[in-house]
Design a protein around this ligand. Structure first.
Ligand SMILES: NC(=O)c1ccc[n+]([C@@H]2O[C@H](COP(=O)([O-])OP(=O)(O)OC[C@H]3O[C@@H](n4cnc5c(N)ncnc54)[C@H](O)[C@@H]3O)[C@@H](O)[C@H]2O)c1
Ligand SMILES: O=C(O)C[C@H](O)C(=O)O
Length: 318
């Protein structure tokens, strides 16, 4: 029995993610979790999803609960519970408020579903992934975040459009913080298998504009329509599919690194990782010198926020 639980299922991203995930083969049950007091909303979402499955011909059971213990037996638990940022806010501004929400959820999930993969989406996602790892007591390969996967997809779309090629011809990666200190890896960017820097058009590429556009993307969407939904929802479904179908894809997720990237580590941050049924496994990579410097800066920025949040949570528990 393959079961996926979504915690924070009454939110904008949670609702769409449930629908996006439902197109993955071999899922038997999607469990929607919401806070007590949200029962009518959960019931409504469940019925609406079931109608869409009937219309599409999808045979998945949708259930809902306000009790996290029902997540027992889940293959994947996606955490989307928490506040989203408002236009003008930085994702890191949400760190402590959302850590207070994510930590107890992760703690309970670690106890009731010790074999699950815990997939964190709540922002600031890199900090929340470390919080989930710390409080769930699960193993590092079981806990990961959406990281810079969505940023990488945003850059990929811009490059594909510039070169007039199908998006599948572009491979690119952004590592580091899902935020302003993100690090684009031009050294790992190819078009049709050819290193982008070997293409004459590369010298005209508006690199700075592209990176600025990726950094501002979430902010612009929130300003215009209130929240980012379809991009994250599809990105979440890609990760869930890669795990459940044991695809061994290399995706850029927030994962605990130790020595894999120039020995910079002991933190959860966006890095390329092999993703399969067992979880996420960062791959060892060598970067250009300028990329190492930028990645180290990004790691230290995330480490400062992570350490401060975890210290506060631990003090509050004493
Ligand atoms: N990592 C990414 O790329 C990415 C992308 C999109 C959204 N996000 C993040 O995901 C989170 C959800 O975004 P959204 O747009 O769906 O927000 P939303 O406000 O629509 O939904 C928030 C959800 O969290 C729940 N929630 C709020 N406070 C809670 C609490 N104290 N305890 C338990 N549950 C609580 C709500 O009931 C709701 O289900 C935000 O933190 C947002 O920044 C991350
Ligand atoms: O930008 C946000 O706050 C939401 C999300 O992280 C995104 O990048 O779409």
């Amino acid at each position: 029995m393959v079961k996926v639980t979504i915690v924070g299922a009454t939110g904008n991203v949670g609702m769409f993610a449930a629908h996006a995930i439902s197109s993955i083969p071999h899922i038997d049950e999607i469990l929607l979790h919401g806070r007590p007091g949200r029962e009518a909303l959960l019931m409504g979402i469940t019925q609406d999803l079931m109608d869409s499955f009937a219309a599409r011909g999808t045979d998945i059971r949708v259930t809902w609960t306000t009790d996290l213990h029902d997540a027992a037996g889940s293959d994947i638990v996606v955490i989307l519970a928490g506040v989203p940022r408002k236009a003008g806010q930085d994702r890191l501004d949400l760190a402590l408020e959302n850590a207070r929400i994510v930590a107890p959820i992760a703690e309970t999930i670690g106890k009731v579903a010790p074999d699950t993969k815990l997939f964190v989406v709540t922002n600031p996602v890199d900090v929340m992934t470390s919080v989930a790892l710390r409080f769930s007591m699960l193993k590092p390969h079981q806990v990961f975040g959406l990281g810079t996967h969505l940023d990488s997809m945003r850059l990929k779309a811009l490059i594909a459009s510039y070169f007039h090629v199908h998006v599948s011809e572009v491979h690119t990666r952004i590592i580091g913080e899902h935020g302003d200190s993100l690090v684009p890896l031009w050294s790992a960017t190819t078009i049709g298998g050819i290193k982008i820097s070997n293409l004459p058009e590369f010298s005209h590429l508006p690199v700075k504009d592209f990176i600025e556009s990726v950094k501002c993307s979430g902010h612009r969407i929130i300003q215009n329509k209130g929240s980012t939904v379809y991009g994250p929802g599809e990105a979440i479904a890609t990760l869930v599919r890669t795990i459940l179908l044991d695809e061994n894809r290399i995706l850029t997720v927030s994962a605990f690194i130790h020595r894999e990237v120039h020995c910079i580590g002991n933190i959860c941050i966006g890095v390329p990782a092999r993703v399969n049924r067992q979880g996420v496994f960062p791959i060892t990579i060598r970067l250009d010198e300028s990329e190492v410097i930028a990645f180290r800066d990004s790691v230290e920025k995330i480490r400062a926020s992570t350490d401060s949040v975890i210290k506060t949570l631990e003090q509050e528990r004493q």
